[in-house]
Every structure is written in C-alpha cells, then in structure tokens.
Design a protein around this ligand. Sequence first.
Ligand code: ATP
Ligand code: MG
Length: 567
Amino acid sequence: MRFSKAYIPTTKEAPKDAQLPSHIYLARAGFVSQVAAGLYNFLPLGKRVLRKIENIINEEMEAAGAQEVDLSFVTPAELWEESGRIEKFGKELLRFRDRKENLFVLGPTHEEMMVNIVRNRVSSYKQLPLNLYQIKTKFRDEARPRFGLMRGREFVMKDGYSFHSSIEDLDREFDAMEASYKRILERLGLNFRIVEADSGAIGGTGSKELMVLAQSGEDTLAVCDSCEYGANVEAARRAPRSIIPEAPNADFARFRTPAIQSIEDLSNFFHVDPYYTLKAVVKRAVYIEGSELVCFFLRGCDELQEVKARNSVGAIDLVDATEEELREIGLVPGFIGPLDQEKIRIVMDNDTKNGTNMICGANEEDYHFVGVDLSVMSEAHFADLVSVQEGDRCPHCNGKIIHTKGIEVGHIFKLGTVYSAPLKAEYLDENGRSQPFIMGTYGMGVSRLVAAVIEQNHDEKGCIWTIATAPYLVNIMVSNIKEESHMAYAEELYTTLQKNGIEAILDDRKERFGFKISDAELIGFPFTVIVGKELDNGSVQIMVRRTREIVTVDAAEVLTKIKELCQ
Ligand code: ATP
Ligand code: MG
C-alpha cells in the first residue's frame, strides 16, 4: 500500500469522552471512527488488524477440529423465551418487530441459535462430539458503553459451542479449547493469564477467563506470586488462615456499646482483633421478579465480595440498602446481629461457621453481644462471601496472593445441559435413551482484542502493534520524495519485502519528515525504514517502534535485519 493512496485519517484530536489509550490512539490514528455511543466503524487499518486476529483464531480452531458456521444475526424472540433468557438478559437485548409483528432480538450471544441448529438434526451419540463456531457481530445494549472498542454495543465475538454425550468428553474438549485459546493469545504476542471465573447466573460447572494484563483492565485478579493459581476476584478462593489472632475471653453477655459506628470502633472499644467481630452488610437483592433485603454476615476483618453474595441468593443484582429501609423493617443500623433474627433473610460467610468468642450486634440501639458462640447458627445458610485480599494465602500452594488488573478477552464455560434441557435438544445414547446434549461454550472478544493489544502496548506517542497484529509490519518512509534515487530505492525495497511475504506500506507522501514520523509513531508500525541522506553512503535507518531506538543498517541488508528484529 502506498500511503499517498491509503485512507488513513490521522488526527491530533482525541474523542471527547476518551480516557483510555486504546480509545484515543485507535481513533486518532485512523483505525476506527465512532458512529454513536458504543458503535464504531472499522477503517482500513482497523479492518486489517481485525482480520489478522480473526485469521489466527480460524487457524487455531481448524487445528482443533472446530467447524466454522455463520448464523443469522437477527434471532427469533421465541428461542429466547424457550430458554428463559429473554427476562434474564433484560435491557441488553435489543428487541424489535418486523412488518408482520413478529418479535426478534439482535444476537448478543448465540447459545439458543446454536442449540436450535443441531436439535432434531444431530440425533445420535455417534454424531458427537461436535464443535461449531463463528466470528460474528454481536449486539448488547450495554448500560454504559465506554472505552471505545473495549465495551461497545455492537462488537465482534468469536463464539463457539460444543456438544457431547458425556461429561468426560466435555472436560476433554474444554481443556483442548483452553490450550487453543492460550496459543491464540501467545501468537498475538500478548501477556495474559488464564484465571478461574465466576459461573454466574448461567450456572454450569466450570468457567475460566482469559485476561490480558493491563492497568486499565476492568477486572481485578487475585493471582499467586509463586504458582499458576489465578482467579477473578469474583471467584477467588483462599487457603484457611494459618495464624489465628488471640481470642478475647468473655462469657456470653449483652454489653452497652454507645455510638459504635464501625468495625474499627468496635474492635478498639473491646481491644479485640476485628477477626472476632461480626460484620453485617445489608443489600437489596433484585430478582427477575421482585426484590428483598438480605443481610450478609462475615468476620469484621473480611470484605464482602458482591458477585459471590449475589450468587449466594440467586439474585440478578444487589443494591445498597438505605438506613430508612433498615429501620422500616425494625433493624438498627450499626447493631445488626444474627441471633434471633427473623426480620430479614440471612446469609453467613463460611468462615464464620462455628466461630467462638465473637462479638455481634444485639439488634438494639447501642448494644452488642460478646462471647457469642456461632455454633447456634449451624442451621443458617452458609456460603463463600469473602473478597480475597492481597496478602491472603493461595489455596493451592499457600503462596502470597497479589492483585492485578486484567481485560477479559475470552471466557470458556462448561454449560452442561443448561440450554439443551429447556430447549429440548436431545440425542439418543448407546442404550437408545433420549438425553440432552452436554455443552461447552467458548467466547473470545475479537474487537475487544484490538483494543487490548494497545492497552498493553502503547507509549506517549501512540500505538505499538505486536508483530502478529500490526496492520503493516514495515513502513518505508522516504524523507524527501523529490530525491529520485531515494524513491527508486524505496520502491525496490517495497517490492522485495512484499515478495518475501512482509507486509509493507510506502510513505510516499509529500509531507515534512516530522509529520510523517509522528504519524508512524502514532499508528505504531513495528518498524519504519527511514530512507534519507545516508543512502548516498549506502545505508538506511530502521526505527524500532517499541523502543524508538534507531539502528543504521546497510541498505542491502534491510530484509535480513527486519527478519532478525522479528525474532
Ligand atoms: P463483560 O464482563 O466484560 O461484560 P461478558 O462476561 O458479558 O463480558 P461474555 O458474554 O462471556 O462476556 O462474552 C464473551 C467475550 O466477548 C468476552 O470475554 C469479551 O471479551 C467480549 N465482550 C463481551 N461484551 C463485550 C462488549 N460490550 N464489547 C466488546 N467485547 C465484549
Ligand atoms: Mg457483559
């Protein structure tokens, strides 16, 4: 491609609402342009990057025996009613009617559609397993589309679905897909981590997320500093505490604790470690139909993990409860305890089970109980509710947990029969019995990956593409296009590179050197060959974008040098 002919509208102006480097640079460097909130056009450079990522995904899926399909983007609402997801998905589903008043939704993901194409067609265990995938536009009417391609409303996803006749076979495919996804991200040149994830409202038995490590990531990960263990904090576990603080000794009693507002006040007041206090967090749990107040109890030294809390009651959302709401049902904020508590639904954290020497609210203004033995609560609803903190111990090796930020670029999930059962997608097993398909699902955010590459690889000048994702690997920049011998050299190099399978762009624009070099840095080609005065002495310079280092090479050795630099 010749730069003078290319449509690469670079600009100094960043989009008004842009905060993230990828959002700013992809727009400024002319990879994408915004249409409306969460809607983007891919311009030629952006499309090239997208295509490269898609090609790598396709190659790895082919190698893994998955077959590509392309399902209709517009999907009948009946399918969503059959699976029961039309309510669960809520407002993210864009619904509309056609001229005959039939209701449709724009596909936000394709489980229902994929189940629908195999049901009644795949009828025997002999036709299994099957892994079908597509790379396709998705639409989710996200509440807060933001950060450019990172969280769009319209975006490109690779979504794959596998069908099996046994759990063991699903496990095998799940591991194979994990390995394929790992290879894809390695080939893309990304620094990533595969972590245990929350299975959420969809249910299922196993779920992992692929996280590109970047400061701007929306997800917090708990990772072990000495082994491979990593989990989204929404699903992170920890080893039991090895050092238990010294227990306060007190007989059970009701104690006056005036003006105590917090766990800190409480532990100072009694001179006890917060470990021995019981924290109450009241939330309004929102369900598909209705809502209720729920009180979550955990040790005072621990923090509530909202996703775990939400899952423990099967809610679709948790919202903070106000003081008025608490008082309305007769609870006393600051003094809520679990004993003889009938006013509100209770969930207790697993680590409070059979706790002794505890201090908890007495459900009366200015009073706490001390010397509480929580074994009286043994019939309560227990669940893992804690947010794993830095410094906690790894559940696998007892190493130290640290937190880091990640961008979720993929999610693989053992679904089991959660879709096939309600949609009655069944096959006949070896004994001639009808069974719902056992399924897995494997998603990857293709357009989000374009942004993730830049979140992980940029500097104050612009984008830094990895070798596999660069729109062009080499930019040949002629300082002064009026120098005929320089242009002739550049043309020849351009041809040579292409003949050798190296994608190159020739910056033959009649612009100042400074202007062209800042475009090159903003766009982020891995290598820019600068053809200037040195050519008269037989050499040219190569600017390595990642380091901005400039190396002088023999004009005849450029191809060799580029190949060497790619290693
Ligand atoms: P998130 O938690 O970021 O909303 P999700 O859990 O809703 O993601 P999935 O339903 O698992 O995502 O979709 C599979 C993949 O599609 C995600 O891992 C992510 O990379 C990508 N993805 C999801 N929502 C968006 C979006 N709004 N814009 C761009 N990519 C997205
Ligand atoms: Mg989402």
